[in-house]
Structures are given as structure tokens and as C-alpha cells.
Design a protein around this ligand. Sequence first.
Ligand code: GDP
Length: 406
Amino acid sequence: MKYGNIIDNDKIIDEVLVSYFKAPKSYTTEDMCEINSHGGNVIMRKILEICLNNGAELAEPGEFTKRAFLNGRIDLSQAESVIDIINAKSEREAKEGIKQLEGFLAEAISRIKKEILEVITNIEVSIDYPEYDTPEVLEDELREKMELILKKLNELEKTFDNGKIIKEGIKTAIIGRPNAGKSSLLNAILKEDRAIVTEFEGTTRDTIEEFVNINGIPLKLIDTAGIRDTKNEVERIGIEKSRKMAKDADLVILIIDGSKELSLDDKEILNIVNRSRTIVILNKMDLEQKINENTEVIKDFDNIIKISALKKEGINDLYNKITDLFNLNDISIDNDIVITNERHKVLIRKAKEDLISARNGLDNNMPIDIVAIGLKDVLSDLGEITGEEASEEIINEIFARFCLGK
Ligand code: GDP
């Protein structure tokens, strides 16, 4: 670190310290220097202007981190963690970012990739030297290894649910046709003593995101404003809106008026939701019931709860069901790796799908070299996470999210 002055036209602009990083021991692995000035807008701008006039170029957003990645000092998942650290809203989130920056995810991915490579190698050896193993032995071995890898991918993918819950809460949509009891349930939940409600401005201007903490489970209620504020029956949540909300949600609470026969609207909504992510509520159990858990369509659902939103009965059963479904006890804070990045999750899921279809190929007596091709797809899915297989477009898109000069 050198002490000196920045001089322009023989005039001292500022008294500064300059640190010099010799390649490859710098953030980007290139020769680098940093100027520590007294700061302040005027002087900083002046120094920048002098640098630019003397041949420096202004960095693009994320350019430093991008160079670190392109020069191979960090992988793509580590580069992405830099954004997460900068944007972290909680200490916990920042901690996850730091872990990723240290390369935990990259290591886990590279271990899995190595195992897949071994399987591919086995296949290739068996093609080149067919006398080496009998096909049955080889296939059993391959199947076993693929199951093991699938298990690891599953475990990784599962951590994303936890990561996301920690980060954002369970995105919950309360849907159902008009008069089913949505706003009554909402009121019952919000008035609960244990429900700690926080209101945030939603991402779109006229939506309100409400966080409700139930039994330690953070629920982020989607678009509750639409449920409460609209007095006009026609404007209440319709099928299209329900479809959209259900699609965006981690958890759908679908309310049906149990005192009425199922309407066409009910049936349509029942058909559009994802069953594994839905809790069907038969509301108005204080009235005579026209439907129950054995009614056609409803009986296909695993999670059915009867409540009376009006009398606030059965609400606890709903809470217990949510606790069961998301099994938050499984979230261990110091778990090695928690996937927090949506892009990584999508790729892990894709790797899983490609692996499953390779395994199915094996089960269906597909030629073994075709199975190997399927496994190479899995490798390239995983390579997209760490960056060696990511397209330039994706890389550019990722770094465009950075702030200037990072
Ligand atoms: P939304 O249109 O789905 O939001 O339905 P509301 O919550 O506004 O409820 C519609 C009507 O059904 C209101 O008159 C509520 O008082 C009534 N209601 C809601 N839940 C129950 C319940 O559990 N039992 C009875 N008897 N009536 C209910």
C-alpha cells in the first residue's frame, strides 16, 4: 500500500492510499489497484475522471466478479452468492451466501459430477471390452449407482424448500369461489393471538404481502387484499385469478362451502390445483353438510380439513396440517448446504429428470450407450450451476443483476 497524492495539472486533488494487487492474487486474478481517497462526491468523481482520461474504462455492473469467474478463480455459483450477500435481508441469509461463496455448493456438485462420470466410464469400458462383465451384473451396478446419485440430488433439491422458507416464507394462496369463506378464514387466522402479522408493500404496487407466523412457520399470504377489500361479488377472485395464484403458491388453501353441493366452479378449481401442495378445507361445518371427504374429486386429495371459519373451529387442525406438510423441524440451521437460488434448483430438478429418464431407459432395455448419452445430459445440467456449461446469455444475465463496480 503506497501513500501519495493524486495530481491533475500540477494540482493536488487528494491525498490517497493506493493498494496494489499483483496477479494472480487479486479479486479478478488480474493486476489490480484500489485507490483509497477521502471520499465525497466531488473528489471521487474528479479522481474517476482523471483515471478515465488516462485510459481506464468504467466497469460494467458485476464486471469485477464476472472477470473473477471468467478467469476461473470462482465458479458461477460462487459469483451468484456475491449478489446474495450484497442483497441479504437477514443475517441468516447472508450466512448462506457466505457458505456458497466459500464453495460448498460447488464442491457438492462436483462430487456428484464425479460419480456420474464414473458411471459413464463404466458404461464406456463395458462397450469397449464386452468380455469384462456380464450385462446383467453391469446393469445392476449401474442401477444402484444411479439410485444413489438420485438420492443425493433429491436431498439437495429438498434443501431449497427449506432455504426458500427461511428466506421468503411459504407462499400461501387462499382460494375458493365467492362466499366459500375465504375472508372469514383470513380473519380467523389474522386475529389469532399467536399469528404475528407483518405487512409489507408487495412487489406490485397495489398488492399487500402479509407474513403470518404460525407455530413458528412463516406464511406469506398472497394477494389477501383481493380477498378482503372487494365488496363487489363479481370482482371477487374468479377462476382465472385462482389459477394464477395457485400456480405461484407453495401452498394452496382451497376453501369449499361444505353446506352446498359442489358447483362447477368448485370442480374446476379442484382440477387446476396441484394436489400435493393443496389443503382442501370443507368450511361451514356448523351447518348441515352436503359434501364430505368421500365426495367425487375431493376424495382424490390427501389433505382435507373440516372447519367453521365463522365459529373459528378446526383452525388448529389446519395449523397442524401445515406443520406436518412442511415439517419445519427438518430445517437444520447449520446444514451443510442449503440451496437458496431458484436457478440452481431448476437445474437440479432438470438433472434429476434427466437421470430418471436415463434409469428408465436402462429398465426398458435401451442400448447402454444411449443411457450414457442421457447421463451426459445430467452432467451438463450440473455444469450449468457451476458455470462451465452455462451459455453466454445466462452468464450475462446473471452479472447484469450486480450493482456497478462489484
Ligand atoms: P369469501 O367470499 O370466500 O371471502 O366468503 P366470506 O368469508 O365473505 O363468507 C361468505 C359468507 O359465508 C359470510 O356471510 C360468512 O359469514 C359466511 N361464512 C363463512 N364461514 C362460515 C362458516 O364456517 N359457517 C357459517 N355458517 N357461515 C360462514
